[in-house]
Write a protein of this length. Structure first.
Lengths: 500, 630
């Protein structure tokens, strides 16, 4: 199509705007200004993302041109700066765009030293995430992947909790290992892509990766390189132990970004860069991956029951839920894949909501140990209601958003194997156990000397949580628009996957 | 002309609106307003339900009302749609009718609660009614499941309504978790149906064409899993222990949720799926045996309980067991009939016990009561009616429904019948033991309580009277052929839905009369026994078998030992050994090895992690830029 009349595209806007705003933020010295700037910038990004929904008809030239772009870049090695937006990309960029203003407003009360740099790093991470979700070139994808991660190292090591150094160290060891594996994998696949006539011997383009011809043996090798890299990011058992520490020690906004959006990078990467590139190996190893994921669900749920720390509990609960998504992706089942798509969005909303409540409690009381809390509901009923809704959405109660996704994922998993579905299903019972135990220990019962002092939430937090609660029920009752949004991505990836 | 069915969505939406108003406005609404909104919305739902029922009865038959598309993908089509037929319209009447009475009763019972808790209570009640209505109105299994988990949630909220007490909270949590175990079975059954038939719509799934597609293994598997779901919600072995603990909630809640409606969900589900169940013989046997075992187990426990609500709770479990026995014997109509009559008399008994507890200032131990019949005339009379009805005295409602069950079980299997009869005797015994200890003899409580005892206000006694009348006449919709030709109107009404019902052939009229006489005689013996034994009240420690019964057959302890403890140990093993020593040990070991072998990386501990990665990326970038200009 002839796109000469289009000057800038939505993917570009979504990347460059937060990037520039983030860089500018480093120069802001005043705390209030930095906060206001971050909120303003993230709201503008959200508006850009929402505007994008007016232009989604990819068969129309105008809409296609507004969503896809490719610049000549490193043409001698076969890489171009290519971005594109399909249904999945649109959904995940929307999630990214919604999350940041929500996070900024919800944590408005908390001040970080050197807030210009703090918010600058946050916005850089946002730009990186946008890039990851829209990249159509393996090298571009890799660079944005790193761009999203680097700010988080800084955020955690500078603004984190007491044990931030060992936590960051572990996080670094894991993700660095993952990035290396992925880089090796990308370069390996690159070596086998077809040449671009007259320019380069090979290509980094997504299309070229999709059409790459690898023997079964080669696929098997690269599969594990990619899979382990993405599995660390999700994370699934047994590549997960960086996560509880990192979530616990990072400053709350960074934790929210990590658990709400960044874990989706792993799932997303499997769907975009693993299944279509290495379909035969993915099919071959699917039973192993699903087995690991299902085992991880039970494992993480069991550990979640043992946690006395709210953040670690949420972390392990998240690992269990991600395990289901990872299993569902590999079932090669349409229903399950649709479920994964919806769930990526829903999980992001729900877990961010949970973190906000946890953060509000910690801000006020200075503790997040279940054994030290209790009776919060007496003094903070609204906070309690918000948490209960979020927690119940997290365990996929019907009419909440997560039910739709989990129902579809389980349904697909069942068609793959009754036994896997039944075993994985026990995690919904365990989830009820640890969630209700948490609610009981933190919010119910008599209040103690500590929790007697808690105030209920202020209006800005109330508004943000109310928005999230409404989102929970909107998607839970009317999931169809979201299902329609991601339909094209599901069909595309599964066609490629199944045809090997 | 527009039909009533176009307005059927209002039935669940009205209570939902009530929930929202009371929930959001709980700080601003007066108690009167909260009560009016709570009860009024359910009354509205009842009126529409009544019209729907009339329309169905007048021959409109089954109607499906699609509302909107819930999930529609290439492989999955689930509509948000409601169905109205004989079975669901009957349940609608029970839920909204009995529900309304309980709402009215609650306005007086909960009056001492602070304003916002009062409104919160009604919000929860309305949400419960909403969920239960979704459950029975859905035209497919997914909508049923939505309501199914919804009632589980509401019972959690209501059992733990007084959330300051951690024992209550534990009971609430137990109810939710046990329900979820059952829910998993239900879910798996839905997935199984989906994978084999591609649909969850009743009209599709139960059509003979679809049923033929299912192998007998499929049918057995699906029905067994559905039954697992039913055992959770309807408190059958092995998932029954939550129900007696659920008595922690306010007493009207016990009446609504744990007697009249929620626990009948399992019966509804199986009756709804009768076409499928009647093709799975193995499952039917398991259901009948489980039902009977539950009926007897719970009845024996009830004999030794001294808490007025605990007795009633075990009696509910036991009665539900009878309904499952009926379902297992293929007597679907009888099971639904018993659901209806049980809703009347069990709501009556629970509300009556609430009235007693109210008057006794919170006392629930029947050993501390006695002689209340002089002080609480209405409560006493209505409670007596309830006891007579549940014991099955002719011509009260319980007589007809219990007789219908026993008759069909008799034809099905003589041993099951004999044991069922034993259960009926036990029922009469423990109910009248309860009645005599509470209302007969002399007062055994404190002087203060004796002074305080009074009849409850009209908002509480009026529902009692209405329910008592229903408990008396409710059985007349199902008069057996022996007494009246075409007397079993319920059977004819439900016949289109419960088409797999087994007809009774092998029992002659004289035989039937004989069986009824036998049952009634035995029940009478049990009542006399109860009277004799309670004439002199001696409090003594239970020993031997009595202690086993008083301690509920040690089922809770058993579960603790074989499920809870092992799970906890496994989790502890995962947490402290595998996670910390195993995986983390490995990762940290690798990290440390790298650290020792390389001086540079030691800088990581200075917090300079990011710089390295940044350098790496910058390096790559530089490489490309250089290449670009070469």
């Amino acid at each position: 199509m002839n796109c000469n009349t289009v000057y800038i595209t939505f993917p570009e806007l979504l990347i460059w705007f937060p990037l520039i705003a983030g860089l500018a933020s480093f120069f802001i010295r005043n705390q209030g200004v930095a906060k206001a700037w971050a909120i303003l910038a993230s709201i503008i990004t959200l508006c850009i993302s929402l505007t994008g929904f007016l232009y989604t008809d990819m068969s129309a030239e105008r809409d296609f041109c507004l969503n896809n772009v490719s610049y000549e870049w490193l043409k001698y090695i076969g890489s171009s700066f290519a971005l594109g937006m399909d249904g999945m990309g649109r959904m995940l960029t929307l999630l990214t765009a919604i999350s940041f203003p929500v996070i900024f407003v919800a944590t408005y009360r908390k001040s970080y030293a050197g807030s210009g740099s703090f918010y600058g790093l946050m916005l850089l991470a946002q730009a990186g995430l946008m890039g990851v979700f829209t990249a159509m070139d393996a090298l571009v994808f890799y660079i944005f992947w790193e761009l999203a991660l680097i700010p988080v190292y800084f955020l955690c090591s500078r603004w984190g909790g007491e044990r931030r150094i060992p936590a960051t160290f572990k996080f670094f060891v894991y993700t660095f290992a993952g990035s290396l594996l992925m880089l090796v994998g990308i370069l390996y696949v690159y070596q086998h892509t077809l040449p671009i006539q007259g320019f380069a011997e090979h290509s980094f383009a997504w299309k070229a990766f999709q059409n790459v011809q690898l023997t079964a043996g080669q696929q098997n090798l690269v599969f594990w390189l990619f899979f382990i890299a993405f599995a660390i990011k999700m994370p699934v058992f047994p590549f997960h132990t960086w996560q509880p520490d990192a979530y616990e020690q990072s400053p709350a906004p960074a934790t929210m970004v990590m658990s709400g959006i960044m874990v989706k990078m792993g799932i997303f990467a499997v769907i975009r860069w693993l299944l279509p590139v290495l379909p035969a190996a993915s099919l071959k190893y699917s039973s192993i991956v699903i087995g690991i994921s299902v085992a991880g669900m039970i494992y993480a749920s069991c550990i979640a029951m043992m946690q006395d720390d709210l953040k670690r509990l949420a972390a392990y609960s998240s690992i269990a839920h991600i395990g289901l998504m990872c299993a569902a992706v590999f079932t090669a089942n349409t229903t399950a894949m649709q479920g994964v798509m919806v769930q990526m969005f829903s999980h992001g909303i729900n877990i961010i909501g949970l973190w906000i409540v946890i953060e509000l409690i910690e801000q006020q009381l200075g503790v997040r140990k279940l054994s030290q809390l209790g009776g919060v509901a007496h003094k903070a009923p609204v906070l309690t209601i918000m948490l209960v809704v979020m927690a119940l959405a997290n365990i996929a109660l019907p009419l909440t958003n997560a039910f739709v996704g989990e129902f579809m994922m389980f349904s697909g998993l069942f068609q793959y194997s009754i036994w896997y579905a039944a075993i994985a299903g026990t995690s919904i019972i365990l989830a009820a156990v640890y969630t209700l135990t948490m609610i009981q220990k933190v919010f119910l019962g008599e209040s103690n000397a500590l929790t007697g002092k808690i105030r209920d939430i202020s209006w800005n937090e109330k508004v943000i949580l109310a928005v999230l609660v409404i989102a929970v029920f909107m998607v839970g009752v009317f999931p169809q628009p979201m299902l329609d949004m991601v339909k094209d991505s599901v069909t595309a990836v599964l066609t490629k996957f199944r045809n090997g | 002309m527009r039909t009533i069915f176009e307005w059927i969505w209002l039935v669940p939406v009205l209570p939902l609106v009530g929930f929202l108003i009371n929930g959001l406005g709980r700080k601003h609404l007066s108690k009167t307003m909260a009560g009016i909104i709570g009860s009024g919305t359910v009354l509205g739902a009842f009126i529409i339900s009544l019209l729907v029922f009339m329309a169905v009865k007048d021959g409109s038959g089954a109607v499906t009302v699609p509302l909107f598309t819930f999930i529609d993908t290439t492989s999955l089509h689930i509509g948000f749609s409601f169905g109205a037929d004989a079975l669901s319209s009957l349940f609608l009447l029970i839920i909204t009718g009995v529900g309304f009475l309980i709402h009215v009763y609650s306005t007086a019972y909960m009056h001492e609660e602070p304003g916002k808790d009062f409104a919160k209570y009604f919000a929860y009640l309305n949400l419960f009614v909403f969920s239960m209505l979704l459950l029975v109105m859905g035209s497919n299994f997914v909508i049923m499941f939505i309501g199914w988990e919804g009632v589980g949630l509401c019972s959690y909220l209501l059992i733990g309504f007084w959330f300051t007490n951690n024992n209550y909270n534990a009971a609430a949590r137990k109810a939710f978790v046990m329900n979820r175990i059952g829910d998993l079975g239900f879910l798996l059954a839905i997935f199984w149906l989906l994978s084999k038939t591609g649909s969850v719509e009743y009209s599709e799934v139960f059509s003979s064409a679809t049923l033929q597609k299912l192998s007998s293994a499929d049918k057995t598997g699906i029905t067994l899993l559905l039954f697992v779901g039913a055992t959770g919600k309807s408190a059958q072995i092995p998932l029954f222990t939550w129900l007696p603990d659920a008595m922690a909630g306010p007493t009207p809640v016990s009446a609504l949720i744990h007697a009249a409606t929620m626990v009948t969900a399992g019966i509804y589900m199986i009756a709804r799926s009768n076409a499928l169940f009647s093709m799975a013989e193995t499952t039917q046997h398991i259901i009948a045996i489980t039902g009977l075992a539950t009926a007897l187990l719970a009845a024996t426990i009830a004999v030794k309980q001294n808490d007025i609500k605990k007795v009633l709770a075990y009696s509910t479990v036991s009665q539900l067991g009878f309904m499952f026995l009926a379902l297992g014997a293929g007597a679907y109509t009888a099971a639904v009939f018993h659901v209806m009559t049980h809703a009347f008399f069990k709501a009556l008994l629970f509300l009556g016990s609430g009235s007693v507890i109210h008057a006794m200032g919170g006392e629930q131990d029947i050993m501390q009561m006695g002689g209340l019949k002089k002080k609480m005339r209405i409560t006493h009379l209505t409670f007596l009616v309830g006891c007579l009805a549940i014991a099955g005295f002719p011509p009260l409602s319980g007589f007809f429904s219990k007789d219908a069950i026993l008759l069909q079980v008799f034809e099905h299997n003589k041993l099951l019948y004999a044991l069922g009869l034993l259960g009926a005797m036990l029922t009469a015994y423990y109910m009248f033991r309860l009645y005599f200890l509470t209302f007969n003899g002399s007062f055994r409580g404190t002087d203060e309580q004796a002074h305080h005892v009074h009849e409850s206000p009209a908002a509480m006694t009026l529902p009692l009277i209405v329910l008592a009348v229903l408990a008396v006449i409710g059985g007349f919709v199902g008069i057996p052929e022996v007494f009246m030709a075409n007397g079993d109107r319920l059977h004819h009404f439900l016949a289109p839905v419960l088409s797999s019902e087994k007809a009774v052939h092998g029992v002659s009229h004289s035989e039937e009369m004989l069986l009824m006489g036998l049952a009634t005689g035995l029940v009478l013996v049990a009542v006399i026994l109860a009277y004799v034994q309670t004439r002199k009240v001696v409090q003594k420690e239970n020993t031997g078998f009595g202690k086993v019964l008083a301690r509920k057959w040690y089922v809770d302890e058993l579960y603790q030992a074989i499920v809870v403890q092992p799970l906890r140990q496994l989790s502890a093993f995962f947490n402290s050994i595998v996670e910390k020593k195993g995986i983390d040990g490995f990762v940290n070991g690798v990290g440390k090895a790298v650290q020792y072998s390389s001086r540079q990386i030691r800088l990581l501990q200075g917090g300079q992690v990011g710089v390295y990665v940044l350098l790496m990326v910058l390096g790559i970038l530089a490489l490309f830029i250089i290449q670009m200009f070469l």
